[in-house]
Design a protein around this ligand. Structure first.
Ligand SMILES: CCCCCCCC/C=C\CCC/C=C/C(=O)SCCNC(=O)CCNC(=O)[C@H](O)C(C)(C)COP(=O)(O)OP(=O)(O)OC[C@H]1O[C@@H](n2cnc3c(N)ncnc32)[C@H](O)[C@@H]1OP(=O)(O)O
Ligand SMILES: Cc1cc2nc3c(=O)[nH]c(=O)nc-3n(C[C@H](O)[C@H](O)[C@H](O)COP(=O)(O)OP(=O)(O)OC[C@H]3O[C@@H](n4cnc5c(N)ncnc54)[C@H](O)[C@@H]3O)c2cc1C
Length: 627
């Protein structure tokens, strides 16, 4: 029945202060207040409905996304929302759209790679959305290999301009979000050519469309690259294709914080590492880690609530069947994901601090922690997105058949989320960057000091690589092992930062105890999953492995009575979850049944096509050669 909390008995089992945990999850009382207020504002406004997305055509879907983006902007302006509140509103609208790239990449690129003068010119236009930007780096022929990009930017000293050109088909810009139909400007990455000499890839602000009638400017060919994985899902985003035919831009539209070109045609490299040209990617990678905890916690919330509602087998003397959340196999699949959602939340908090710290140091031209920041953002982006994509799929399977319904919210969440393993850096390519950092770290330890502990194996690899023909050949030969080492290195960081979080003052009855249980589940689950490596390297004995497995089972029993409260702590509205299986009151079956009849296919009892195709079949009116 409506209004009845079918999960009340579960909520009454909680052994900790859920409201206090909500503050921990949000990050602070202020953050919780903003999140809570904005999520309810979005949930209560029919202008932000999203339950019909899977029934719309691509054009209807995209037009609806434009409507929502404009409506969101009007809401932000009318209510005079702060930047923090506006970002939260876009988050809870929960629809990939051109605004993600305008706010998430175009503006950060100008802030990170533009001079003060360029920031003063372009940021006010972007903040007022008088221009709409995208981040056009990837091309048809190159994405991972940025130094392989083919678009050219040739300086013309006669006119004090750059000529932006797409010399080959494979140099066509391909994938940039917001580019296909909306963006008026791009940060386009191109090979800088001055006086016939190449100076690597740099960013250029290029206007693509008229601000009067939105038509593409002279020399610009632009469009959408077509449908992507899954219905609805990421097809709300106009990922685009863009070609330049000798497009001229003023010299001052090259982002010049890292490198400069003078009006005399003199190229100057600032005394900052050229990799700062990649700064926007580092910034987005750290935000993607926080996104991972959001996406995984959504899936876990759905699967946990439904696992408490669903009963299957186990009835004694006509009594109720067993809640599937009480099966040890269900717990062994679900609770490590619950622990991962919390672990990724805290690593995301730490990475945000690391990024802020390296940014502050860069202001003072202190580049000492830049390699660490690159390795951490690259590695943790890779680790958390892989685990989250796999985790969302596991949550779908944890919900049985009903998990495959769009009304469960899981198929769309999966389809929208999985490109995170690719965009902002293919996850394997990023792990290779971590491996390179680890090898460089080890090689710098000095001959007298041998690495110990979790990087002891690196000495053997280091020796092998040096005795083999050249370090480069060894690296390529051992790249599979090195990628595994990179993952292990990143997992060490996740566990270490979770433990550090528990050293902090954490208010609320039983809150710290619950987090300790989740931290131990996260760590022991990893130990169990990789016990072969731990045993073969002598890090643990078989007895240790057995003890760890026993402890893991015990921890699952400890978290079981608190599972519903731990997902309630995410404080997601039913609107944001978009899931009947995950609805707060657990009143699943009536809602599933009601939703089925709303499907367009049920608008008529007899389906279109019956008289044309089925009736002749049934009436044997179709003669085939064989009969
Ligand atoms: C439910 C959730 C819904 C969410 C909905 C979200 C909606 C959308 C929102 C966001 C989505 C984002 C959209 C996607 C955008 C994009 O994808 S933008 C394009 C991203 N592209 C990439 O990431 C390309 C990856 N490739 C690279 O980064 C580089 O090519 C490279 C792999 C790093 C190699 O670069 P390069 O060849 O130049 O360098 P190397 O020779 O390997 O290394 C030389 C040294 O430089 C150091 N280095 C490399 N990169 C960096 C860096 N970024 N910072 C600092 N230092 C760096 C490297 O370590 C070497 O150092 P060493 O010489 O000391 O060893
Ligand atoms: C939904 C979505 C949105 C996107 N948005 C944008 C955007 O807004 N702006 C933008 O510029 N780009 C965007 N991209 C592009 C994205 O950044 C690239 O697709 C991504 O960087 C991967 O590069 P790639 O496609 O060249 O993959 P590839 O590098 O071609 O990967 C193919 C395979 O090759 C492997 N591989 C590649 N190099 C190596 C190596 N050295 N060693 C071992 N294996 C290797 C990879 O691991 C992978 O398995 C988007 C992509 C998607 C899917």
């Amino acid at each position: 029945m409506e209004g009845v909390d079918h999960l009340a008995h579960e909520r009454n089992k909680s052994e900790f202060d859920v409201d206090a945990m909500k503050i921990v999850w949000a990050g602070s009382p202020h953050a919780f207040d903003v999140s809570d207020r904005i999520s309810k504002l979005v949930a209560s406004d029919p202008g932000f409905r999203k339950d019909n997305r899977s029934t719309l055509s691509r054009k209807e879907l995209f037009k609806n996304t434009l409507r929502k983006a404009a409506y969101a902007w009007k809401t932000i302006v009318d209510l005079r929302l702060s930047e923090e509140e506006a970002a939260k509103l876009r988050f809870y609208v929960d629809e990939p759209a051109f605004t993600d790239l305008h706010w998430g990449m175009f503006i950060p690129a100008i802030k990170g790679q533009g001079t003060e003068e360029q920031q003063q010119k372009w940021l006010p236009l972007a903040y007022k959305m008088q221009i709409i930007g995208c981040y056009a780096q990837t091309e048809l022929g190159h994405g991972s290999n940025v130094q392989g990009l083919e678009t050219t930017a040739t300086f013309d000293p006669q006119t004090d301009e750059f000529i932006i050109h797409s010399p080959t088909l494979t140099s066509s810009k391909w994938w940039p979000g917001g580019l296909g139909k909306v963006a008026t400007h791009a940060i386009a990455y191109a090979r800088l050519i001055v006086g016939g000499r190449e100076h690597g890839v740099n960013g250029f602000i290029v206007q693509l469309r008229s601000l009067e009638d939105h038509s593409p400017l002279l020399g610009i060919t632009v469009g959408d690259i077509g449908m992507k994985f899954g219905n609805g899902a990421y097809n709300t985003m106009d990922n685009g294709v863009l070609r330049f035919d000798h497009v001229r831009i003023p010299r001052n539209q090259m982002l010049m914080r890292v490198s400069q070109v003078t009006c005399e045609g003199k190229y100057k490299q600032s005394d900052v590492p050229r990799q700062l040209v990649y700064g926007t990617m580092v910034y987005v990678r750290q935000t993607i880690v926080a996104d991972a905890s959001c996406a995984l916690s959504r899936a876990v919330c759905i699967a946990t609530r439904y696992s408490a509602v669903r009963r299957q087998f186990g009835s004694q003397n006509g009594g109720p069947e067993t809640q599937v959340i009480d099966y040890k196999t269900q717990q062994s699949r679900l609770f490590p994901l619950l622990a991962s959602a919390y672990a990724f939340r805290f690593i995301g908090e730490w990475l945000k601090w690391l990024y802020a710290d390296v940014t502050q140091r860069l202001q003072a031209n202190d580049f000492s922690t830049l390699p660490e920041a690159h390795a951490c953002t690259a590695g943790l982006k890779s680790l958390t997105t892989t685990a989250t994509a796999d985790g969302i799929e596991e949550c779908r399977k944890l919900c049985g058949g009903h998990g495959y319904l769009c009304s469960s919210g899981l198929p769309e969440l999966f389809a929208v989320y999985v490109p995170a393993c690719t965009y902002e850096g293919d996850n394997t390519v990023l792990l290779l960057q971590v491996a390179r950092f680890l090898m460089k770290t080890v090689s710098q330890l000095g001959s007298s000091k041998k690495p110990v502990g979790t990087i002891a194996y690196m000495t053997r690899v280091e020796h092998l690589m040096q005795c083999r023909c050249g370090v480069q050949r060894g690296f390529a030969e051992l790249s599979v092992d090195l990628v595994e080492a990179a993952v292990a290195h990143c997992q060490l960081i996740v566990v270490s930062k979770f433990i550090e979080k528990l050293q902090q003052e954490i208010p609320g009855k039983g809150v710290k105890q619950q987090l300790e249980v989740l931290c131990n589940i996260y760590a022991l689950f990893l130990l169990h999953k990789h016990q072969g490596d731990f045993l073969s390297t002598g890090c643990i004995t078989p007895k240790h492995a057995a003890l760890a497995n026993d402890e893991l089972r015990s921890l699952y029993s400890q978290v079981r009575p608190n599972a519903i409260a731990l997902v309630d702590a995410f404080n997601y509205t039913d609107h944001y979850l978009g899931s009947i299986l995950g609805c707060y009151d657990g009143n699943v079956y009536p809602k599933l049944y009601e939703a089925a009849w709303k499907d367009p296919l049920n608008e008529s009892v007899v389906p279109d096509g019956y008289h044309q195709y089925i009736r002749p079949l049934l009436k044997q009116e179709i003669r085939t050669a064989r009969l």
